[in-house]
Design a binder for this molecule. Structure first.
Ligand code: COA
Length: 387
């Protein structure tokens, strides 16, 4: 029985900072950000978008095509959680009227968490044929104003439906994992921004890529040339590019060209949105599917990395007719119609986002009609509304 990705919804907020504007404001050469880091823009979430509202919006994109009677599991992966106890998924469940009978919870291991959700969902569907699972990864990456990590911020969510006979990608059996207790990136409970040693994290990411990719090829008896494309966790696109360079070492010209072209296509959305932590790998997959020309049966590699650190490599095959399930025009419009913030406006929004939510203050949203947003907090309970 094939199990895999049947739907992919994507949401990113309606505001962005241009990297040239940011470089000029920080007295940096714009090419450092555009080429050295590999980012063009970063999405900015104002106070009306949090991990929950973005997750609702990504899921609402395909909800009308879900057979709710068969939905048995909802997992929310985030490192921008809104509560230490209660799962963000319960807010999603209420907003979207999902059935009361589903099992639902939140899951965490930095940016690996959506892959953890995918593997749990796959096992669930294997154990409960004819049932489906919904998994959401949603985050706001905040490093701090004028920090080295500032250029690698972003905000957004991916929501996926996992079921048998999937319409987009059928996952292949097998995976290789690697984990170690290290401190490259984390966010202690008393901090609103991440603590990061970016150069160390880059080195660990590449080491973990080597520890999972080659063993995967050996275990599955595959060659690099057997992949149409490989998608990477992209906290910034240059990081994935470094792993890509390792993958193509010593390969023939045709394989190098195919994997390099498809790497650039997989990085297209990330260049515009920035880091969305848990969902970054899956935004790369969506970017490749919506901007590339993959054919039915093509094999795609997935490299997932979460600081702390945990990595996994696995693969899937593109399903015949997958294009019909995608919504590239919707996503192109969402990215095109965003508001370009001045650096002063961005700094104001950023600073406001670090503060505790005020009680009983109603927020209004300037997002499009139909968008879900955070409308404020009453009695320490976040209130979500649809515009
Ligand atoms: N033109 C082109 N490239 C330039 C340049 C210019 N004018 N100036 C610098 N660069 C290149 C550097 O050569 C370097 O490329 P390389 O990595 O291929 O050598 C790149 O730009 C970055 O320069 P660096 O000096 O390393 O930048 P930095 O010290 O400001 O830090 C990060 C960059 C990515 C480490 C930092 O943004 C960060 O820590 N981000 C967070 C990363 C993270 O979240 N990790 C954990 C999650 S997986």
């Amino acid at each position: 029985m094939d199990i895999g990705i049947d739907q992919i919804g994507f949401y990113t907020p309606n505001k962005f900072v241009d990297m040239v504007d940011l470089a000029n404001a920080r007295n940096q050469d714009p090419n450092k950000f555009l080429i050295g880091i590999g980012q063009d823009r970063m999405a900015v979430a104002d106070k009306t978008q949090d991990a929950v509202s973005m997750g609702i919006n990504a899921t609402a994109e395909y909800l009308d095509q879900v057979d709710l009677e068969k939905l048995g599991l909802l997992i929310f992966a985030t490192e921008s959680g809104i509560d230490q106890s209660k799962s963000a998924s319960l807010f999603v469940k209420e907003a979207l009227n999902l059935p009361a009978q589903i099992r639902t919870f939140e899951i965490k291991e930095a940016c690996f968490a959506l892959t953890a959700s995918l593997q749990v969902a796959r096992d669930y569907v294997r154990a409960h044929p004819h049932h489906s699972a919904m998994i959401i990864g949603s985050d706001i990456a905040r490093y701090g104003l004028s920090t080295p990590g500032e250029v690698t911020q972003g905000a957004g969510a991916i929501s996926m439906l996992i079921k048998e006979d999937p319409a987009i990608i059928a996952l292949e059996d097998g995976h290789t994992s690697h984990s170690e207790n290290i401190n490259d990136f984390w966010r202690p409970n008393n901090l609103a921004t991440a603590v990061v040693d970016g150069h160390y994290s880059r080195d660990v990411y590449l080491d973990f890529f080597k520890s999972t990719f080659k063993p995967f090829l050996e275990e599955k008896q595959l060659a690099v040339a057997d992949f149409a494309g490989i998608c990477y966790h992209l906290p910034y696109t240059k990081m994935g590019y470094k792993a890509h360079k390792i993958a193509i070492e010593g390969q023939d010209d045709e394989t190098v060209k195919r994997l390099s072209d498809n790497f650039q296509l997989s990085a297209k959305y990330s260049r515009q949105v920035g880091n969305i932590y848990t969902a970054s790998l899956y935004m790369s997959v969506l970017s490749l599917l919506e901007n590339g020309e993959l054919e039915a049966g093509d094999r795609v590699g997935f490299f997932s990395y979460g600081s702390g650190a945990m990595a996994e490599f696995f693969s899937g095959r593109v399903v015949e007719g997958y294009q019909k399930r995608l919504r590239p025009a919707l996503h192109a419009r969402m990215l095109r119609e965003r508001i370009r913030l001045g650096i002063g406006q961005y700094e104001e929004i950023f600073t406001e986002g670090l503060q505790a939510l005020p009680e009983n203050v109603e927020f209004t949203s300037d997002a499009n009609h139909g968008t879900w947003y955070l409308a404020g907090q009453e009695g320490y309970v976040r209130q979500y509304k649809q515009k």
